[in-house]
Design a binder for this molecule. Structure first.
Ligand SMILES: [Zn+2]
Length: 266
């Protein structure tokens, strides 16, 4: 069994402020530790469930957050950003049996995590086929493009609920809940234990229950906070600019949607 893990930090247990998520922030070392602990727990659980290969994409900010000396020997890790449109899912291919999402966070416009965002802080909302999308939405469809079921997600309560709406069979562990700029969290040690148990349980289930069908047509709307960002990005081939802060892009090919997101949000 081959398992792919995409790891972020804004949905790790107890995180509540950007100074804890960004590399130069004073709180970052503690949450880098927590991100690593949650990812190692997911790797160990995958191994216990029968994985012979685990590939971890470090998918936050610099792509260089995990304390790599802590990764078990059977794990390979992808660090940094290649520029490939798969982005947070780079390294995924059709040969994987399941995709896991660790430390994921609520979408831009949601209240369930003080660090809620989608892609970056210049985007007020990303909408796919009429639904406000999260990074999980984008990345779950990437998994679907490769025929890989999204099997497990950990993060704040809001993203867990969104994930279950999109993929009813997915296993989730909600580690925290946001209230404005505050977060109510389980103890980080408990989150690590629950993620280990949750991943092992998810991977022992029938993974076909987690398959996500790819829509036949995609309408992507990107709403920026600032009209200058929308104008700048509006020159992307095929992009429409229906309103001052909004871009629209339509395609039948999800890879083209990913390519558009890669350049429109850069
Ligand atoms: Zn992040």
């Amino acid at each position: 069994m081959r398992i792919f893990i995409s790891a972020d930090i804004e949905g790790t247990a107890a995180i509540a402020d950007w100074s804890e998520a960004l590399k130069d922030g004073p709180g970052y070392p503690e949450f880098r530790e927590q991100m690593t602990a949650e990812v190692v727990a997911a790797c160990e659980a995958a191994r216990a469930a029968g994985a012979d290969e685990v590939l971890v994409k470090d998918a936050h900010q610099t792509g260089r957050n995990l304390i790599v000396s802590r990764l078990p020997g059977y794990v390979r890790v992808l660090r940094g950003w290649s520029g490939h449109p798969f982005a947070m899912m780079f390294g995924l291919d059709r040969g994987f049996d399941a995709a896991l999402f660790i430390g994921y966070h609520a979408k831009a416009g949601a209240e369930s995590n003080p660090l809620a965002h989608t892609m970056n802080d210049r985007i007020s909302r990303l909408v796919i086929n009429g639904e406000v999308a999260s990074e999980f939405t984008v990345n779950a469809y990437t998994a679907a493009l490769e025929g890989v079921p999204p099997a497990f997600l950990s993060g704040d309560r809001g993203i867990c609920e969104d994930a279950q709406r999109l993929v009813p069979g997915i296993g989730t562990v909600a580690v925290s809940e946001g209230f404005g700029r505050a977060a109510l969290s389980m103890a980080p040690s408990r989150a690590v234990a629950d993620i280990r148990a949750g991943v092992e349980h998810a991977l022992s289930q029938d993974l076909s229950a987690c398959r996500l069908a790819l829509p036949e047509r995609f309408e992507l709307l990107i709403e920026f906070n600032n009209p200058t960002d929308a104008y700048r990005a509006s020159w992307y081939p095929g992009a429409e600019h229906p309103a001052a802060r909004t871009l629209r892009y339509v395609s039948d090919e999800y890879f083209e949607v990913l390519r558009a997101i890669r350049f429109l949000t850069a």
